[in-house]
Design a protein around this ligand. Sequence first.
Ligand code: FE2
Ligand code: FE2
Length: 174
Amino acid sequence: MLLKLKAAISEHRFAHSMGVTETAVRLAKVHGADVEKCRIAGLLHDCAKGMSTPDMLKIISEYNIKLYPHEADYPHLLHAPAGRALAERDYGVTDEEILSAIRAHTVGAVHMGLIDAIIFVADFIEPNRKPFDGLDEARKLAQKDIFAAVDKCRQLTSEYCKANGQKLFSIEQY
Ligand SMILES: [Fe+2]
Ligand SMILES: [Fe+2]
């Protein structure tokens, strides 16, 4: 999986993926989640980052992955649903919890499980992230209460999007 991933994504993205993997493993141990599932989900969460938008849309449709309303309007979000399909097709992942965490790592999900939450937060706080306001708080919260950390990450992302004039959309209608 490591070799295949390394060939498929940029060096920068691979370093980030290793940071997320390491963080996800650490959080799995803290919160009593399955360490191996978190390791694989962390490693593969951005596996579709090297794909073109048409290729992502194709694999999403082939695997019947439902998109949230407006999700396809933001091509940079498509690597999550496409990644879920690619992890299954090219990396042989069949575990629903791993696939779900890859799917949920960008915009989250209405009901997030423990592994979904760990990957969502690990993506946000991994050691290669450049410092920004709220990052330390999110890192501390991740040690204590992973679901509170999810809320914190969501809040910081919303604030960032608003400050940059980006529109927010709801996933409630999924
Ligand atoms: Fe991602
Ligand atoms: Fe990521």
